[in-house]
Design a protein around this ligand. Sequence first.
Ligand code: KIV
Length: 269
Amino acid sequence: MPTLSLTKKIERLAALKREGAKIAALTAYDYPTARLLDESGVDLILVGDSLGMVVQGKPNTLSVTMEDMLYHTRLVAQSAQRALVIGDMPFMSYQASVEDAVRNAGRFLQVGAAAVKLEGGITVVDRVEAMTRFGIPVMGHLGMTPQSVNQSGGYTVKGKAQDEADTIVSDAKALETAGAFAVVLECMPTGLAIRITEALSIPTIGIGAGRGCDGQVLVLYDLLGLFDEFVPKFVKPYAHLKADALQALRRYKEEIECGKFPTDAESYH
Ligand code: KIV
């Protein structure tokens, strides 16, 4: 596919939904991973605040800062030519005020992101409206929202109870009305994700939300089998890079110890 303008890339997501074609999204945090994803043809790269866990080794995403996010977003945005790059707004970069939200969202665009993502429904609708009014495309995030982990009872499936499900549907509609161009649905029953997907004209991108969403997203290191400290049920490891890397590293060490590396082939003469 030829390189499209940012507006066209966002419009293309809506077109994919209308055509019934699925959207593939993944997270990336640096130059090599952004290049890999771009080459693979995924539609959307999210510089997720999941980097707090998979890059920084923290127990959750709460300590991730704007500076962390801008650093990684810049690396990804300058490396990806094809996919739409979305910067994830970290905890407390948009919660305190609409003004904070717009200013911080704008900083993501200044380092090269095409759009931003934030968590929450009705509570962030005024932020989403203000950002879109100022030309900042926004993606929502509903269901299990990791930045609320201390309040929402942990990393559990959301929307099993009817009233909670109805609230999530209302939140999704409110985000669409406020101008969001897509919404991530995380950890919810398949039926609820289908209900939301059918109710919205903007695409839904699921993670642990079943096959009825318009697209899917996973954390790259989960998909590659590189991060095994906590593997949720919805993760499908398409590779086992941790095991492969360990094997390579152990072999490297052994070959140094027994004099097999380096050989003449790896030496200058
Ligand atoms: O931070 C992240 O990587 C995310 C996705 C998993 C949706 O929010």
